[in-house]
Design a protein around this ligand. Structure first.
Ligand code: G6P
Length: 476
């Protein structure tokens, strides 16, 4: 068994679901995807990624991707249902996103979630060399840190939650709240996107576990669990290279031409998920058309939804509602050859996505709740000059950092309409100042800065952080 000094444990492996195990595996990239976030930091020294391959059945032996080793965790059909679709995505996901859809509490799912978390932990324990660091990702694997601490007291354990951590009154609804909190606090360092999450966890640790909880450290069982905010980011340098590629630049020009060179082009890109506020956005846009404040001959909305969790009923229902609403809006307001909304429900390649970001006048990112939202950051980084406007929900983690965006409460449809209009008619000089500030911020706070901040907090000797490449030394 090959062992590594750094092990990442995440629900998904960073490979295409369809990649053949013949050395042709590609990094899996999707908007908002976790794999993309870690891409840049795992190529320097051998590391192992433990994760699920996306299907059911026996685990495959997968070839390395460069210096990254892959260890696949298999799931059976009942496990897929109880762990992934059930406890992770029908209980925790909606609860952690302000219960915008009602969380389902099913007692059977818990046992499966616990058993699958144990399998992930055992695999990680096997591939970690003595004194290694194991970095556990996201809400699917919240029990893994505690299990690992029992299995391998010699390793450093990090946990990072990519989604929001809810306010105590919501978390308290969880039937297995104490075990879940204790599971996560098995780590040496628990990282979140926003500072409020660390505050919520400190309060809960005091209440449920009798711990002494501060916002940056929780004393529990005679040890200290450090906590803090480490807002995740994107590979800005990679996005800049991509955005200068002739294919992307030409494609952006073509899109502008096809959409109508004189029109205001609004663009939204989301995983098709009820947390993304797609229905609220459609309502706002449709009312602007109804009120005559936006005219189809002057503006167009391009709504890309990337298919997600398609076997789950709540996602199928959402898709049907969105498609019905887009059809209604186009039926009522469209003209021949001139729809009000272009709706694309399909996976998008990185280059085409970047072209779309460049073609936009206004990027509309209005989730009802979002851990970070990397699409907002990608839009800013993909622009080649200081044009463009970003409308951003204040309920996305990105709103803490991209404070020069047009911030909006997406629940307030009138406010959303107003903000869309303001963004569409903003003075180019004001937009240039806003975009320049956001672009500058992102250059400093890219994915490398995130990884370096987290890993140096996890391992205070500074050794782990040395794995993160320096910006200037990177290949362009
Ligand atoms: C969110 C989660 C990630 C997850 C992604 C895609 O961004 O935080 O952990 O990988 O959604 O969802 P999926 O269910 O397809 O993995």
């Amino acid at each position: 068994m090959r062992q590594s000094s750094l092990v990442v444990v995440a629900n998904r492996l960073p490979i295409d679901d369809n990649a053949a195990p013949d050395g042709a595996s590609e990094w899996r990239r999707s908007p908002g995807g976790l794999a993309g976030a870690l891409h840049a930091i795992l190529q320097k020294e051998p590391a192992t990624w433990v994760g699920w391959g996306g299907g059911v059945g026996t685990a495959r032996e997968l070839p390395d991707i460069g210096s990254l080793r892959l260890r696949e965790i298999s799931l059976s059909e009942p496990e897929l249902h109880g762990y992934y679709e059930g406890f992770a995505n029908s209980t925790l996901w909606p609860l952690y996103h302000d219960a915008v859809t009602t969380p389902v509490f099913d007692r059977g799912w818990w046992e499966t979630y616990r058993a699958v978390n144990r399998r992930f932990a055992e695999a990680a324990a096997e591939v970690a060399e003595p004194g290694a660091a194991i970095w556990v990702q996201d809400y699917h694997l919240q029990l893994v840190p505690r299990i690992l601490r029992d299995l391998r007291p010699d390793v450093l354990i990090g946990f990072f939650l990519h989604v929001p951590f809810p306010p105590p009154e919501l978390f308290m609804q969880l039937p297995r709240r104490t075990e879940l909190l204790d599971g996560m606090l098995g780590a040496d360092l628990v990282g979140f996107q926003r500072p409020q999450a660390a505050h919520n966890v400190a309060q809960l640790a005091a209440k449920l576990l009798g711990a002494h909880g501060e916002d940056d450290a929780i004393k529990l069982d005679g040890r200290t669990v450090r906590t803090g905010a480490f807002p995740v980011s994107i590979d800005v340098a990679e996005m800049r290279v991509l955005s200068a590629r002739p294919y992307v630049v030409n494609q952006a020009k073509q899109l502008r031409h096809d959409l109508g060179a004189h029109k205001k082009v609004l663009v939204s890109v989301d995983r098709l998920d009820y947390t993304k506020g797609i229905e609220h956005r459609l309502t706002a846009y449709s009312e602007l058309l109804r009120d005559g404040l936006v005219k189809v001959r002057d503006a167009v909305l391009v709504q890309v939804t990337v298919p997600s969790r398609e076997h789950m009923e709540s996602y199928q229902g959402l898709r049907e509602r969105i498609e019905r609403e887009v059809g209604r809006i186009n039926g009522e307001y469209g003209r021949v050859g001139e729809p009000a909304i272009h709706y694309l429900n399909q996976p998008f390649g990185r280059a085409d996505l970047t072209a779309l970001y460049q073609a936009a006048d206004v990027m509309v990112v209005t989730p009802l709740r979002d851990g970070m939202n990397l699409v907002a950051k990608e839009f800013v980084a993909a622009r080649r000059d200081d044009t463009g406007a970003l409308v951003l929900s204040e309920f996305a983690g990105a709103a803490d950092e991209l404070t020069d965006a047009f911030l909006v409460n997406p629940h307030d449809v009138d406010g959303l309409k107003d903000t869309l209009l303001r963004a569409m008619s903003a003075d180019p000089a004001d937009l240039a100042a806003q975009m320049a500030a956001m672009r500058k911020y992102l250059t400093r706070h890219d994915i490398l800065a995130w990884a370096r901040a987290y890993l140096s907090a996890l391992d205070r000797t500074g050794q782990l952080a040395q794995r993160v490449p320096r910006r200037s030394a990177r290949r362009r």
